[in-house]
Design a protein around this ligand. Sequence first.
Ligand SMILES: [Zn+2]
Length: 250
Amino acid sequence: MRVHQVADDVFTIRGTDVNMFLLRDGRDLTLIDAGWYGDATLIERSIRALGHRPEDIQAVLLTHAHLDHVGALNHLHRHYALPAYTSPTEVPHAHGDYHESATPLDVIKRLTDRNTIAWAARITAAGGLRKNPVPHIHPFPTEGPLDLPGHPVPIPTPGHTSGHTAYHLPEAGAIATGDALVTAHPTSKITGPQPLPNFFNHDTPATIAGYTTLESLPADLVLPGHGPTWPNGISTAVARARENAPHQRL
Ligand SMILES: [Zn+2]
């Protein structure tokens, strides 16, 4: 099973080495991020396993426009007309107007250990080499808390990409940190809270600077874009990520 409850009305969907989150309010759902292109069926199955339908999703919120987070957005829009939102800065990135991501060559240069090679094979099978612009995505319709299940609050955390957004979930006492702060990644030798390896970040120092914003939020539960849920609070997670940052891979 790829879907797990992690708090009241909050569920994690584990895609291909990437996490997505469902927020529930009665019949209605919010989906945060959409995995790889090849994760679309897994997302639909996970939603149905919870007794819901993909049509129950009121909107998909995107943390940032990397291929492992935008994957199923076009599928979900085509089949269920689901709207998708992200920060105004990230919209042109999601449209494919510019790129702030690791290239296949960046990855190939780092295929030096078994974990990274196995990961590269998995993501290639999940559509990792496929361009995937999202023409229908829009900026958030309002400022502040969004009128969607879970009432997620967008938290600008530029760095990993220029328009990266974390989502504070006040009702659940949780924060979805996207790729600003993760707890594991197949290309990283570090365990626990950390920034991603530097080659994935558009701007690593800005990513770390954004931790000041994250640590001030009331959130016991950290829901990272990659790696397991961290139940020991965002301030502890940030402290560990700051310690780990200098040891992260270039
Ligand atoms: Zn990313």
